[in-house]
Write a protein that binds this ligand. Structure first.
Ligand SMILES: [Zn+2]
Ligand SMILES: [Zn+2]
Length: 408
């Protein structure tokens, strides 16, 4: 197979249980061995789904105020937000916390069951491809961090008690992580459509990368096909030797994110109206609030996730793009590592959006104050999404293309 991040060709055998095969040139993970059989993975996915349904069916937080108790579940929060006239916040919550994990788990369970019954067909392959491509948008773990932050904020206004859903969600994250690491994705593709063969087994001598061997690797399932094949014969993903207009698209998204960075940090992200007094909060205001009230770990967390991570990500992407543009051959391993880092940390910037989401929904229940998202929050959410998309549009193989002739 070809390394997804540098295009180098490898002979990959099935890694041992719990083992990982990684690229000898750039260190990217080629294939994970998984733990136990596919039945173990299936059981873990089913357990995760049950915990997920539990987490969505019970109250998340309850607010005790003036002798009354108000409870809100995750779908309840989404409903309150939509009713209050913030459909975009509601949509972010529904997509990243409800739909993405639900689709991922049920899709995986379906695919594993079909393989177990030995009757996978075109639909199974199609579903697995969708599951693989969209799994990254689930953000339950970031949401839980958001709950903890808003819990501390809300505790200053009223008595807040964690509901059963919060524990369900915590258990769900642990089990879901175990489910993902238990499964060897490569073995699922093999079970679905047979092992890769043909051109892959014997690349022409002297060719180091898929492109040099006149091959193109599938971005979803990794199967190699002859160059200029329009779609992967195994999973149907469209094939391109390099991501289309990678530089142009990444630059466009990066500039969008840079323009949004200032309004996201300077405009208020939240307005609190309480007893006729309106108080606007920027992101830094939230950080300072936690510092004043002595919760410095939370102040540090919000500062890193909301202020530092986005700007560092923008700078790293700009460095990668500029060095690619200049066809620089310096420190390719470090640049590959920076790319992986931006891929990993980007989602955590969403924590402040979840805090706003929860504050708006939960405070509405108490009816002593109103919390409304400010214009800064829209800019902030768009900024986080454009940096996430920018990372997806960037083709890490371009780093290695510029030094391929020199090293031959
Ligand atoms: Zn590599
Ligand atoms: Zn494919």
């Amino acid at each position: 197979m070809a390394c997804p991040e540098c295009d180098l060709l490898h002979q990959v055998t099935t890694p041992p249980q719990g083992g990982i095969s990684s690229c000898i040139r750039c260190g990217a993970i080629l294939r994970k061995g998984g733990h136990g059989s596919r039945d173990v993975a299936l059981a873990l996915h089913v357990a995760a789904l049950i915990l997920f349904l539990f987490a969505n069916g019970f109250p998340l937080l309850s607010l005790h105020l003036h002798g009354t108790v108000q409870e809100a579940s995750i779908p309840g929060c989404a409903r309150i937000l939509a009713n209050l006239g913030w459909p975009w916040l509601s949509a972010v919550l529904i997509t990243t916390v409800i739909l993405a994990p639900l689709a991922h788990l049920s899709g995986m369970i379906y695919v594993l069951l079909e393989i177990r019954r030995a009757r996978p067909n075109r639909w199974t392959v199609w579903i697995f491809r969708i599951v693989e491509q969209f799994g990254a948008w689930g953000m339950a773990e970031v949401f839980v961090l958001g709950i903890l932050v808003s819990y501390v904020k809300l505790a200053k206004m009223a008595v807040v008690v964690a509901g059963p859903s919060l524990f369900g969600l915590g258990a769900f994250i642990v089990v879901a992580a175990a489910a993902v690491s238990s499964l060897d994705i490569g073995s699922v593709w093999e079970a679905l459509a047979g092992p890769t063969k043909a051109a892959e087994a014997n690349p022409p001598t002297g060719a180091r990368t898929a492109r040099e061997a006149n091959l193109v690797a599938c971005p979803t399932c990794g199967r190699l096909s002859p160059l200029k094949t329009p779609a992967c014969p195994r999973c149907g993903s469209s094939l391109h030797s390099r991501k289309l207009q990678s530089r142009e698209r990444t630059w466009a998204l990066l500039l969008t994110a840079t323009f949004l960075y200032l309004p996201a940090n300077l405009l208020p992200v939240m307005r609190v109206v309480s007893l006729g007094r309106t108080q606007s909060d920027t992101i830094m205001g939230g950080v300072l609030y936690f510092l004043r009230t002595g919760s410095w770990p939370l102040a540090l967390l919000i500062f890193i996730a909301s202020v530092v991570v986005p700007i560092v990500k923008i700078i790293i992407l700009a460095i990668l793009l500029v060095s690619e543009h200049r066809r620089s051959s310096r420190w390719p391993e470090h640049r590959a590592r920076l790319y992986r880092l931006t891929e990993l940390v980007g989602r955590w910037s969403m924590v402040d959006i979840f805090v706003i989401t929860l504050m708006v929904a939960i405070v509405e229940l108490g009816s002593v104050a109103t919390v409304a998202p400010g214009p800064g929050s829209v800019a902030f959410a768009l900024m986080v999404f454009s940096t996430m998309l920018a990372v997806r549009c960037l083709d890490p193989r371009l780093v290695w293309d510029s030094l391929a002739p020199a090293s031959k």
